[in-house]
Design a protein around this ligand. Sequence first.
Ligand code: 13P
Length: 428
Amino acid sequence: MASALWCTCGIAGAQSGSRKGQPLASPLSSLERRISGPAPQLQQKVEACTKRYRVSGRQILRVQAGSVPAPTSYLSELQETAAYISKRGRGILASDESNATTGKRLAGIGAENTETNRRDWRELLYTAPGLGQYISGAIMFEETLYQSCADGTPFVDVLRKQGIVPGIKVDTGLSVLPGTDGETATQGLDNLGARCAEYYKQGARFAKWRAVLKIGEGCPSSMAILENAHGLARYAQISQENGLVPIVEPEVTLGPGDYGIEETAYWSERVYSHVFRLLNEYDIALDGILLKPNMCLPGLDAPNASPKEVARWTVQTMQRTVPAAVPGIHFLSGGMSEEEATLNLQALQEECPNSPWSLTFSYGRALQSATLKTWGGKAENKDAAQDILVKLAKANSEAQQGKFQGPHPAPGGERILQALRFGGAGKS
Ligand code: 13P
């Protein structure tokens, strides 16, 4: 009788029934690779902490939870950082717009796109009094990671003092996949290891890589799903190897079209299941990553969905695709209005009160739009702008705990649809 290997711990997937007469190959693929892989010490370590025994003629390999050697020497630090950032009641401030995109935002308030203005804007965000009560991580663009306040205090230190972990966007933008209807692959794998090592030295402890998939005629294509899942997995591997918690961001983007919410849920489920398949193939430590997905929303030309409906489809999608080992699911705001982003976040908690992962936020536009308008590039408005930022962060912190009662600090349902990236493919 052919012997079959069964894994009885959570490392390589849940125990499942065997195909007739065949060993159970697929759930064990990651473990098998580790046992029979090229490094003999690794094999000895695994064997030293396993116990073999037979049941009804089958050989069972029992692996104690936590006994497989770490894929990276940073494992415990990655786990701690991910757990810290995803702690309930807090979320991420996404402030990693490129210089070109920041320039467009500054132009909207009549300010020039100079390094000083970009610095002043980020200084306003990071020095907002009390922000760290509600924000656990801030994602920065490379220029910002190395910048300091006007008084010379490095941004990294300002953030740490607030209890906010500094993070860095490491992708370098999108490029069009040939033969597709404008679908994209994300750039930035070349030299990524060396860049991550430098960012770690500068104080970053997590990273972000954004993959974008759009819904439309024939989209997302299998090619786009596969390419983007691969890019995210390779990035996550390199990032963990260098001590940065990877935020894995597969964004099924809100776009034109009258498709319904169930279609977004369908495509999101397909995309995330491919992403986790590849993350497992690449031996990513799932308790050392954070996921940054979209909420499920209908197309821009379809009637909008209520928070309850958004929550029902979104939670179903997460439950079907995201392993419980992932500590935090940090949703992007993706064009939702500030109030909509808060109300939908609150509805997620009501839909899934005992979620294994923290269902929380990593908002860019939904934290920054009203703040930027209030500031208007004028020093005398700085306090008022910081006040609204902290109120928005607090509202989302309360919504994360299912406790938001309103009124919202930036009420209204108007979508915030400025593009996240300007300049087209290849530019970030
Ligand atoms: P939004 O919340 O504005 O969608 O931005 C989040 C983000 O960082 C997307 O990459």
